[in-house]
Structure formats: structure tokens, C-alpha cells
Design a protein around this ligand. Sequence first.
Ligand code: HEC
Ligand code: HEC
Length: 323
Amino acid sequence: MNALKPPLFTVILVGLFIWSGEVVARVSGGSVGPLGEGVTVENGEQLFWGPGKCSTCHAVGPLGSSVRGPNLGGADGRIEIALRAAERADERSADLGKEMRPTEYLVESIADPGAYVVEGFKNEMPKVYEPPISLVPDQVASVILYLQSIGGAPDPSLITLPPEIREAARRGTGVVAWEPYLDGDSLRGRDLFFDPEGSAACAKCHTVGDQGGSVGPELTSVAGTRTARFIVTSIVQPSQEIASGYETYLLQTTDGRLLDGVLSGETEDSLWLTTADGEVMALAQSEVARRLEQEVSLMPGNLSDVLTVTELHDLLAFLRTLR
Ligand code: HEC
Ligand code: HEC
């Protein structure tokens, strides 16, 4: 009929999620006054490597191995974050036309991660003071102290948190959580995820725990950093936000072949392309005539047609157990 018709199922589904999502506000247990006594570098370090989830995206020098966000230590040709913050603050000062101090840059990178997006990365750092991470103001301040200590001297008197961080804590952690409108069955969801012959077959491309493929990002703790709404959108509209490092490339070889996949490694002489069926192809750079970054995800775009509403809720129920 009409090729431009919006995918109705998707619209209804996402709409229902949004509509049914409001959950009664709960008062958070965290301090919302001036910085409290629990604000220490040690607490910040524990939060960074634990419940703050920073280490799921950031390494610090040789510690950790996550690459979705920049290394915050002196590594990958970068200086330590406390020193780097001074350079970034100079750059921001010039942009904003008013002086920004290094600690203000650190605060901004958490309060409003999209205000300055580090070159080579995407604007995909979550607001860690909102669900599902929901750090309270003292915890945010501790994490900032820890960042100050990486290459510099921690000084709590330089930290001023903007009102949105205090307001998020006052609203409580439940306010902006989106809830599915059917109870899914997480065990059936797990089977669907791992069944290679099933309609979803997610594990062909994603690892959970020690099982699965590596075409797409590992999902072992996806619900720890992503809301239900983000997860649903990733499944039904995968191209809306493409995870860094997992962009699709179309390569044209000098002998005229067209190949598409995710670039899984690259050196001066070679590159490796992982195709949608998980095959890793090694190519010499000299064989690649052209490379084009695509705006579509390598993840199938038709899952909302292939999966039933019940299956989608089952999958979501399973994914939400992954923290
Ligand atoms: C889901 C992944 C993710 C999580 C979780 C995450 N970050 Fe980030 N972070 C990023 C990405 C991607 C960037 C680069 C893009 C940008 O600048 O917004 C970034 C940028 C930063 C920067 C700026 C670095 C620079 O070179 O200027 C700082 C500082 C930072 N994050 C700290 C943190 C802290 C502290 C936490 C935990 C409380 C955290 N991040 C959690 C992905 C993440
Ligand atoms: C053909 C391989 C493939 C299959 C099959 C696949 N995915 Fe993906 N998935 C990807 C790729 C590649 C990405 C990264 C690009 C993007 O963000 O769209 C991704 C991204 C995601 C993300 C976002 C993760 C993040 O942190 O941003 C989620 C969630 C996800 N997939 C869930 C699923 C689920 C659930 C299934 C099964 C119903 C599935 N995927 C099937 C390849 C696949």
C-alpha cells in the first residue's frame, strides 16, 4: 500500500511505554544539602569501579579495559583527566566566552555530558544522577574528587554541583523509570535470546556472561546502565542510536567487492571487518578502495515485525535482569 507508512507497531509500542511509565515519586535517601561527610576520594573510587558504572565504559590508565568512553588515565595518547580537564576548560572558556575552571569541566562532564563531546566519541554518556544509575549528590561529588585525584590533588572546596543534580535526587529514583505494560517471562526471554534457530537469535551477535557472539556490544550488564525505554528502542529501532565502536561500514575493495560489517580492528596495514553473520574478515588496507560509514545499524531492523508483543516483553524481562 503506502511505503512511507510509519511502522505502526513500533509507534504504538514505544508510545505505550512512555504513556504507562510514570511511577510515583519516591524520596531519595541521599543528602541534598551542602556536601556531606561521606564525600571522599575512596568512596568516589569505589563508586567509579562499582555502582556508579563508570568502569563499564571508562578505563583509567592500565586499570580496566572498557573502551566505549575515553581512558581517564594517562593512556592512548591522552594525559590524566585532572590535567586534561585544565586543557578542556581553556577550550570551553574560549567557546563560552567566560572562564571555566578545570573542576567545573569535570562537574559539567557529569551534569551535562552532551555539552562537550570528546573527539572520536559520541554523545552517549548517560546522566549518572538519573535512573538507572541514580547517584545522589554526595556520590557525584565523591566521584569528582576521585577524578581530581587522577593526575592532580583532590579539593572538595572547588566542587559546586548544579541544581539539576540536586533536583534529580529530590525527585527520587523512580520518577522517570519506564515500565513495560505486560509482565514478561524472563526465562522464556532468556531462551529466545540464546536460541540460534529462534525468531530473535540475539546471542548470534551479543554476549551475555560467557556465551554469545561479538558482532554487537556485550549485554552482560546492559540494564545497569540503560533504562527499559532505551533497551526497547535499541531493539525496535536499532538505527536510532548506534553504539560507538559498532558503526556499520560499507567497504569497496579494489577488485570491486562490496562488504559491510563492523570494523573490529585496524592497523596501518590491515583491517578486520566483522560481518552480520559473525565472520571476521581480514583485509589489507591496500585492498580497500573506499569506506563509507552507514547510518543503519548492523542489527536487524525488522525485529518489531518478527517478534510478537509477548516475545518482546519476555526478552525485555530477561534483559532487565542483566545488571
Ligand atoms: C555508557 C557509557 C558511559 C558511562 C556509564 C560513563 N561514561 Fe563517561 N563518557 C562516556 C563517553 C562515550 C564519553 C565521551 C563523550 C562525551 O564527552 O560525552 C565520556 C566522557 C567522560 C568524561 C570526559 C573525558 C574527557 O576526556 O574530557 C568524563 C570525565 C567522564 N566521562 C566521567 C565518567 C564518570 C565519572 C562516570 C561514572 C559516574 C562515567 N563517565 C560513566 C561514556 C560513559
Ligand atoms: C546481526 C547481529 C545482531 C543481532 C541478531 C542482534 N543485534 Fe543487537 N546490536 C547489534 C549491533 C551491531 C549493535 C550496535 C549498533 C547499534 O547500537 O545499533 C547492537 C546493539 C544492541 C543494543 C544496544 C546496546 C548499547 O549498549 O547501546 C541492544 C540493547 C541490543 N542490540 C539488543 C539486541 C537483542 C535483544 C537482540 C535479539 C532480539 C539483538 N540485539 C539482536 C547486532 C545485533
